[in-house]
Design a protein around this ligand. Structure first.
Ligand SMILES: Cc1cc2nc3c(=O)[nH]c(=O)nc-3n(C[C@H](O)[C@H](O)[C@H](O)COP(=O)(O)OP(=O)(O)OC[C@H]3O[C@@H](n4cnc5c(N)ncnc54)[C@H](O)[C@@H]3O)c2cc1C
Length: 422
């Protein structure tokens, strides 16, 4: 058994939260080791968005330029009805006056950027691959982390530490140990297909477009890599959400089929985008159910706590899954650096983050940015409108967006200098 050394932190999981946490600890001079179940870290997933509050944290770790070089700085959001009528448009990130950009990026590019920084700054040996955590024991000598070989299931030598942080995602073993009677994930009755297509830019070439609602078929699309062939082609990310009675298991790598949703978009030949052509030309399609879990009563037991999706799995809406994990990571590293007793640091972290992230979980059910399109659909009965002003006022449209930003912690008041006027 390896014994704890000073302030060293053991991290379970080398996803977005675990790698960011390792970098934040290193910046504070705190050593760490990461135990990750996969045998090789591959650039999996498709696109996600780094909102200005996440970019503030990542910029503090010196990663702003590296991420901007890989992703696409988002300029604006545009919201359309399923008939293609414009409901609302607003600038984003630095284009809205924030000191930090919003960056649309392939999850794999984000994870590989974090991984490269971890290996460069902390050394390659800091991540132990193929080690799956099965639980923890705690006693007077600290925390014992139980591990198995992820390929064979054979038990490996346990490791011991003073502080252990579970960054092991939506199927967290430690969350299950702390909350054995927790209800099963809550299915909202719709599923999400995510994909990427190589195509010419649409709108500004840095726009995110929302079209329609999940009741009739919703599309969200935005570029995540620029000029991938030297001739201006972009890698365009798209997400479809649609009602589906049967619920699938949460598996980020489950392959989806265009045939299951293309019929919803056959007539969507907008002057700015040919939607069916984009969907048909996909490189990859994945399917993920719209599920979340109710906020927990506690994350921390003694020297162990939860971070990221392990702590607050949320519906992938509103671009906050990665963002909240990144913010957890920097908040906890700061507390561990400034407080003498790590148990106290974990408790304060929970006080600062549990309610804040729980509010985002709940907001994603009702008031995510594009839920405004549900409001418009209800008021118009799903029919085209003559003038948007007759359906909803500019003030209401802006307040809807501001409310979500306040809950998620990236309103102008929280971040400073944000001018969200359209
Ligand atoms: C393969 C994959 C693809 C994804 N694709 C997308 C996407 O396209 N769009 C999107 O918005 N979000 C995607 N996500 C989710 C997104 O990364 C998270 O919602 C968010 O970034 C929060 O990060 P996290 O570190 O909490 O969780 P994750 O990024 O999911 O990381 C969890 C890590 O823990 C590891 N792990 C799990 N169980 C154990 C264990 N018992 N012991 C040791 N290690 C363990 C996992 O292998 C993983 O590396 C994906 C996640 C994964 C794992």
């Amino acid at each position: 058994m390896q014994h704890p050394t000073g302030k060293e932190v053991i991290i379970i999981g080398a996803g977005i939260g675990g790698l960011t946490f390792a970098l934040a600890l290193h910046q504070q001079g705190i050593p760490c080791r990461i135990y990750e179940s996969v045998s090789e870290i591959k650039p999996l997933g498709v696109g996600l968005n780094l909102l200005p509050h996440a970019m503030k944290a990542l910029a503090g770790l010196g990663l702003e330029q590296a991420l901007l070089a890989k992703g696409r700085e988002t300029r604006e959001y545009s919201f359309f009805t399923s008939h293609g009528q414009l409901v609302h448009r607003e600038p984003r990130g630095k284009f809205a006056g924030y000191p930090w950009p919003q960056v649309s990026i392939h999850r794999g590019d984000l994870q590989m950027t974090l991984l490269a920084a971890v290996e460069e700054r902390l050394g390659p040996g800091v991540i132990r691959l193929g080690h799956r955590c099965t639980g923890v024991n705690q006693g007077p000598h600290g925390v014992t982390v139980l591990l198995e070989d992820a390929a064979t299931g054979v038990a490996l030598a346990p490791v011991r530490g003073r502080t252990v942080v579970a960054c092991d995602g939506v199927h967290s073993a430690i969350r299950k140990q702390f909350h054995p009677t927790e209800a099963k994930p809550r299915y909202q009755g719709s599923t999400q297909w995510r994909g990427v297509t190589r195509a010419k830019p649409f709108m500004s070439g840095a726009s995110m477009a929302y079209v329609g609602t999940y009741r009739t078929g919703k599309l969200i699309t935005y570029p995540i890599r620029d000029n991938i062939d030297g001739q201006g082609t972009q890698l365009i990310n798209w997400v479809i959400e649609y009602a589906k009675p049967e619920e699938e298991e949460r598996d980020w790598n489950r392959v989806g089929r265009v045939e299951d949703f293309i019929h919803l978009f056959e007539d969507c030949h907008f002057d700015w985008l040919d939607v069916p052509a984009m969907l048909r030309a996909a490189d990859a399609v994945y399917e993920y159910p719209m599920v979340d879990q109710d906020p927990l009563q506690f994350w921390t037991v003694g020297g162990v706590t939860l971070l990221g999706d392990a702590a607050h799995p949320m519906m992938p809406r509103g671009s906050n899954g990665a963002a909240q994990a990144i913010i957890d990571a920097t908040v906890l590293a700061d507390l561990l650096a400034t407080m003498d007793n790590p148990h106290d640091a974990l408790k304060i972290y929970e006080e600062k983050r549990l309610k804040a992230t729980g509010d985002v979980v709940l907001a994603n059910r009702e008031i995510a940015p594009d839920a405004i399109l549900l409001v418009v659909e209800e008021r118009t009965g799903g029919q085209p409108f003559a003038r948007i002003e007759d359906v909803i006022s500019q003030e209401e449209l802006q307040e809807w967006q501001e409310r979500y930003k306040r809950v998620a912690g990236f309103d102008s008041g929280s971040l400073g200098n944000g001018n969200t006027a359209a």
